[in-house]
Design a protein around this ligand. Structure first.
Ligand code: COA
Length: 154
């Protein structure tokens, strides 16, 4: 990156951005999106293939390849109004499942995050089991949803 960039344009390429390319090229791609309601940015979504992060995959111990997703709504006035489950279903249907072409998605809120667990249950996820992930303080409450289960919710 640095050689290609620095030869053409005589400004050093930012080290932090080089690090991001390096991580992506070494196989841990996470695709991030800002969620909007009308024109207002309200939260963040990301998806990735679990198997691309071997340490995380080993901690989850799934017997199938799966899409992983994470999300948060960043605006206090929009929390607790059912937007999370609705946006998550749309994100899975329109973005994450078509991108990875996999049949299964998992999500792993902290076992203590009862609001998130309830929201994902409302989105159609069902509990799988607890998983302890290295460097995370609390176990993940692992939940699963298949593409056909999602389709049958409509
Ligand atoms: C988790 C999150 C995405 C859920 O989306 P949401 O739109 O708030 O979800 P819902 O409105 O469907 O609420 C889900 C449950 O949260 C609980 N809840 C509702 N309002 C709440 C509030 N003000 N405070 C705490 N919990 C609340 C309720 O149990 C609700 O279930 P119910 O509808 O059966 O009563 C969102 O709350 C969020 O981003 N939270 C902050 C960050 C976070 O926890 N991210 C998830 C990390 S895994």
């Amino acid at each position: 990156m640095r050689r290609w960039w620095d030869e053409g344009i005589r400004l050093p390429y930012p080290e932090a951005e080089i690090e991001e390319y390096r991580a992506a090229l070494h196989g841990e791609p996470t695709y991030r999106y800002v969620a909007h309601m009308d024109a207002r940015p309200v939260g963040m979504f990301q998806h990735y293939r679990i198997g691309d992060s071997p340490e995380y995959a080993a901690a989850l111990g799934l017997d199938e390849e799966a899409v992983g997703v994470d999300l948060f709504i960043g605006e206090a006035d929009l929390i607790g109004r059912g937007h999370g489950p609705a946006m998550l279903r749309a994100f899975l249907r329109d973005v994450a499942f078509p991108f990875h072409r996999l049949e299964t998605c998992v999500i792993g809120p902290s076992v203590n995050n009862t609001a998130a667990i309830r929201a994902y249950e409302k989105a159609g996820f069902t509990p799988l089991r607890l998983a302890q992930v290295p460097d995370e303080p609390d176990p993940e409450y692992l939940m699963r949803l298949t593409r056909s289960q999602l389709d049958s919710l409509h």
